[in-house]
Ligand binder design. Structure first.
Ligand code: PFF
Length: 455
């Protein structure tokens, strides 16, 4: 049967703002608000932030543009895209690496989102009021060590993620993110204002912005690179998948710049909301994954309207997590749909069940499964470490090589210029970064980080 011209066979985004909102919705998530402050704390503050920003500009931005253009040019999922653009070659295995990363990331991501759901409930019950910083600390520890709660909270979150993905790209993903992203920014701004007026706020701001490069370690640099990928949703085909739903009028360079800027600003705002409070309440900046969950309830207690703010904050944190988790699940669903010819619904159900099962192990890994470790890491940390610090940078390295060397500058320019004019100089810089800077920097940081070389 032939199709009438103008009828779209594949789902696609409906508007330009929708594209940016969906891609920014994917990028902005627990990575910005939960993970960024906590790893910045662990790796020493401002020096880590500056290295991270350097990676975002020199590596993250060009790779984001690369993923979007691979997606739009091929119109396929993360695996199928390489199969189509480089038939009968090994490039498609980059896609498989991405699918594996999606499984791992979502398995622990759902657990943290589950904690956030619990904190919505605690906020509604006014559960933080009158608690000392120590009590707020043990509230969090008790939650993550509990043998049941994290499991069912994670499952609730995964069911929500699956439900949105079943509805599909335009109705589910785009509509949802367009409304909620702006509200999140507003709440964060309010928290920043409160945080910087706390007594002792300057020490927090200094920690975040005044670098002491002697504190940097190889592991910190690898984590900054891994986090640049994680935070921008790069290296595993998420933006290839979303790029495949973008129409030809879209200016991909502008989209990439807007998404990168939004993601970076939100991470920095989260840092500004959290570090002054960390110092004001005498919390260790390096206290790890609980940092947001322990610090902010202290702030809410002291804020006028703190009750409402805490409910809204954890609600939006959960929503920000959802707009990211749907993009991770979509990588797997698009792959199942297109490569195994499944319908959207069964593809989503199978993917959700498989990932949630892995998620159960992550949920329990700080409680009953804590004694079981590999390389000194529990299951949750292992999934996080392998995916963010190994699979994403490796995926990014291959994507840079693919676009920089394999596709060829002519095709790349053509794809970028479809959506409007772009200065020649920028295109040259882009290709240069992809051909040389990104691959070499990733290779060095990666080998240094895993101990193969020592700088
Ligand atoms: N970028 C998301 C965050 O910062 O929370 C997490 C994420 C989404 C990572 C999609 C990777 C990905 F492909």
């Amino acid at each position: 049967m032939s199709h009438k011209p103008g009828i779209k066979l594949r789902d696609s985004f409906g508007s330009k703002f929708g594209v940016v909102a969906a891609a920014a919705g994917s990028a902005v998530g627990l990575g910005n608000i939960w993970k960024f402050p906590y790893i910045t704390g662990v790796y020493g503050g401002a020096a880590f932030l500056f290295v991270y920003l350097g990676f975002i500009l020199a590596i993250g931005l060009p790779i984001m543009l690369s993923e979007l253009l691979i997606g739009r040019r091929s119109g396929r999922n993360a695996f199928g895209a390489f199969k189509k653009l480089a038939p009968k070659s090994a490039w498609k295995y980059i896609g498989l690496l991405g699918i594996a990363a999606a499984f791992m990331i979502l398995s622990f991501y759902g657990v943290v989102a589950g904690w956030s759901i619990q904190y919505i409930i605690l906020s509604i019950q006014d559960g933080f009021a009158t608690k000392s910083p120590e009590q707020l600390n043990s509230l969090f520890t008790m939650l993550i060590e509990s043998p049941q709660k994290p499991v069912y909270l994670q499952l609730i979150f995964m069911v929500l993620t699956g439900a949105i993905v079943i509805v599909g790209v335009k109705k589910g993903i785009e509509k949802f993110t367009k409304i909620l992203m702006p509200i999140l920014v507003f709440i964060l701004l309010a928290l920043c204002v409160k945080a910087i007026t706390l007594p002792g706020a300057e020490r927090g701001l200094e920690f975040l912005f005044k670098p002491d490069f002697s504190k940097l370690t190889s592991e910190g640099i690898l984590s900054a690179l891994g986090h640049a990928f994680f935070s921008l949703s790069l290296g595993m085909g998420t933006l290839i998948t979303y790029g495949s739903y973008i129409n030809r009028e879209n200016n991909l360079l502008r989209t990439a710049v807007q998404v990168t800027a939004a993601d970076t600003i939100i991470a920095i705002l989260s840092g500004i909301a959290i570090f002054p409070a960390v110092f004001a309440f005498g919390i260790e900046p390096s206290s790890g994954p609980g940092l947001v969950f322990i610090t902010l309830p202290n702030v809410f207690q002291q804020m006028p309207g703190g009750y409402i703010f805490s409910i809204l904050f954890f609600l939006l944190l959960t929503v920000a997590a959802l707009t990211s988790s749907i993009s991770i699940l979509e990588v797997v669903v698009a792959y199942f749909k297109e490569e195994f010819r499944l319908k959207r619904k069964p593809a989503t159900i199978v993917a959700t069940i498989l990932i949630s099962t892995l998620g159960i192990f992550c949920s329990l890994s700080m409680g009953v499964l804590e004694p079981y470790k590999l390389f000194g890491l529990n299951f949750f940390d292992l999934m996080d470490w392998i995916s963010a610090n190994m699979l994403l940078p490796l995926g990014g390295l291959f994507i840079a090589l693919f676009v920089g060397w394999f596709l060829g500058a002519k095709k790349v320019y053509h794809e970028i210029l479809k959506g409007g004019s772009v200065k020649r100089g920028l295109l040259y810089i882009f290709i240069f970064l992809l051909r040389f800077i990104a691959p070499i920097a990733i290779a060095i940081v990666f080998m240094d980080g895993i101990g193969l070389i020592s700088l």
